[in-house]
Ligand binder design. Structure first.
Ligand SMILES: N[C@@H](CCC(=O)N[C@@H](CS)C(=O)NCC(=O)O)C(=O)O
Length: 237
């Protein structure tokens, strides 16, 4: 029998948004089925779009299929999915229990969800790739990218100083899941980090769920040129 929750995701190597709810649920022990809808082309009538149209009108991953009041419901967009999970699994404290911490956690999560456009466009999500030279050049060339990186690291440092760690608000929660793909971007493009941020990035990569995501991404061996502005072939090919 299927599980009560089904998460639709894209290719692990390329889909940073899919990674967020997947890692969140896996890391805190929420049981779910997974369906991968593989990206095949950027075109509006791609196989990806056609398959996803049957699940969600937004045509993007991730989508969480749930049953609410005995009725099947598709919840799309990472923030809506995170909020739904926080309500349904209130005992897991996916948001911090204390109101001021919760407001801060919501702020940094929303900041990730709606911002950091330079970081997202210059440092495309690519788990398998190692692009230190591209990373260095982009940081030298692009002040908006430098500002995004500085803001992320300042935010991590501030949260860790207040909470005492090991994660942004103490235990692993929604805010950490939202920044986990940023940790992997920093790895791909070898962004230099101070000791506190490097230690946080290491703790994220050592999370069982993040490790699983990385291992599965490496096993995909997909190469989709429209997601690869910096390479014409995978490393070692
Ligand atoms: N705001 C959305 C963004 C979702 C998103 O952009 N998903 C990408 C994959 S990471 C996607 O489905 N792209 C395929 C497309 O737009 O055709 C969220 O938070 O879930």
């Amino acid at each position: 029998m299927g599980k009560a929750l089904t998460l639709y995701i894209g290719n692990r190597n390329y889909s940073s948004w899919s990674m967020r709810p997947w890692v969140l649920m896996r890391q805190v022990g929420i049981d779910f089925d997974e369906v991968m809808v593989r990206f095949d082309s950027p075109s509006p009538d791609s196989g990806f779009k056609r398959r996803l149209a049957a699940v969600s009108p937004a045509g993007k991953v991730p989508v969480l299929q749930a049953v609410v009041d005995e009725t099947p419901l598709a919840i799309w967009d990472t923030l809506a999915i995170a909020e739904f999970l926080a309500e349904r699994f209130a005992g897991l404290h996916l948001w911090p229990a204390q109101p001021a911490s919760r407001a801060r956690a919501r702020s940094v999560t929303a900041e990730m969800h709606s911002g950091f456009t330079a970081l997202r466009s210059r440092f495309g999500f690519n788990v398998e790739a190692s692009l230190p030279q591209i990373g260095q050049r982009a940081l030298v060339e692009d002040p908006a990218l430098r500002a995004d990186v500085a803001r992320v690291t300042q935010l991590w440092s501030d949260c860790l100083a207040v909470s005492g760690g090991p994660f942004l608000f103490g235990g692993f929660g929604i805010a950490d899941a939202f920044y986990a793909p940023v940790v992997l971007r920093f790895r791909t493009y070898a962004v230099p980090l101070d000791a506190a941020c490097a230690a946080y990035a290491r703790r994220i990569v050592e999370c069982v769920a993040v490790r699983e995501w990385i291992d599965a991404a490496l096993a995909e061996h997909d190469f989709l040129p429209f997601y690869e502005p910096y390479r014409s072939a995978p490393q070692g090919a």
